[in-house]
Design a protein around this ligand. Structure first.
Ligand code: DAH
Length: 347
């Protein structure tokens, strides 16, 4: 091997490498060429460089300089080709993945509050203006809290096996009303108390358009010094007007509940006929929307409150009934069926 031959081989190497680099497509191909031509072990250039050792010592520096020059030329071409390949790849991606700003948007499926949720919120809003705070009680209660502490004696029909659903757990039962929440709030708070207790209730019922085995109630409880029937009357009146319209007639009717004394039913003028009498109100002109009364002294005592000092009123209403009257819904079962054709009407 002499100097001229080796130099010629190096130039041939350079020409070939530059040609190949110019023709290569893609970063992978360039990587392969890098290894092939410039790889430290087994690369073409490394092989040629071994020839330097066979040259006379005085020729070596000049050939070494040629090697360096050619190496940096090929490396420069490689770097440029890589940059170009990256730019090409990016351009292709932008072409394929770019957003078409003129494409029509995809509609977002927006939910709406369930009419029961909406009605509870509205009830809480109205009583919130009187200072009532919302609490929650558990769905599984006991005979003691659901009945006994509410002054419901063991032979009361609400305790009938056919009404109450019992659970296999420490004599528990599914609350048949939200009234046990009254006891819980009285245990948790000192008077003055203004509590609202919304929640799901359960009864063993034959399901039809006006009966369900699960339904919602909202309980109200106010306990303070000097609380009277007049407070109850005034606040329910406001409630009736806020929910069913300013001019609507309201009335108290005598009623009976074990946990209130006296007890009343609270009626509003029929929302269908405005009081003249129709099938919806059994021709009475009135619709009952809730039960209420002055908290029985025994119940206050069970709640740990001195009935000599404090008085209270309570009320309980069925949320489905309120929602049905407000929206003209004819069948209770619609609330549980999750039929979007029904639910979407409350948007
Ligand atoms: N708990 C009763 C029911 O489920 C409703 C009720 C009536 C609640 C009168 C009360 C009340 O707080 O004072 O039918």
């Amino acid at each position: 091997m002499d100097r001229e031959t080796l130099t010629a081989q190096l130039r041939a190497f350079r020409d070939e490498a530059l040609r190949e680099l110019a023709a290569a497509r893609g970063e992978d191909a360039l990587e392969a060429l890098d290894v092939h031509y410039l790889g430290r072990r087994g690369g073409v250039l490394s092989g040629l460089m071994r020839g330097i050792g066979a040259l006379p010592a005085e020729d070596r520096p000049a050939v070494g300089a040629v090697v360096n020059e050619i190496r940096s030329e090929v490396e420069g071409a490689l770097a440029a080709a890589r940059a170009a390949a990256r730019a090409d790849a990016l351009a292709v991606r932008l072409d394929h993945e770019g957003e078409d700003m003129t494409a029509p948007g995809r509609p977002i499926a927006r939910g709406v509050p369930h009419p029961i949720v909406e009605t509870v919120a509205r009830i809480a809003e109205v009583f919130g203006q009187f200072g009532f705070v919302t609490y929650e009680g558990p769905e599984v209660e006991s005979d003691i809290t659901n009945f006994q502490m509410l002054n419901i004696p063991p032979d009361h029909p609400a305790r009938d096996l056919w009404d109450t659903l019992y659970v296999d757990l420490d004599g528990g039962l599914l609350r048949t009303h939200t009234s046990p929440g009254q006891i819980r709030v009285m245990h948790a708070e000192q008077p003055p108390i203004r509590a609202l207790l919304p929640g799901r209730c359960f009864r063993y019922e034959a399901v039809d358009a006006s009966h369900a085995s699960e339904f919602f109630q909202v309980e109200g409880l106010m306990v303070d010094e000097g609380t009277s029937m007049a407070d109850l009357r005034g606040q329910l009146d406001e409630f009736g007007h806020a929910m069913f319209g300013r001019g609507r007639a309201t009335r108290f009717r005598p009623g009976y509940y074990p946990f209130t004394e006296p007890s009343v039913a609270f009626d509003i003028g029929c929302v269908m006929c405005d009081g003249s009498g129709c099938p919806a109100c059994s021709r009475t002109g009135w619709m009952t929307i809730l039960g209420a009364g002055m908290v029985h002294p025994v119940v206050l005592q069970y709640g740990g409150i001195d009935p000599e000092r404090y008085q209270g009123f309570a009320f309980g209403m069925g949320v489905e009934r309120i929602a049905m009257l407000r929206h003209g819904i004819g069948d209770l079962r619609l609330f549980l069926e999750n039929d979007l054709r029904f639910l979407e009407q409350f948007r």
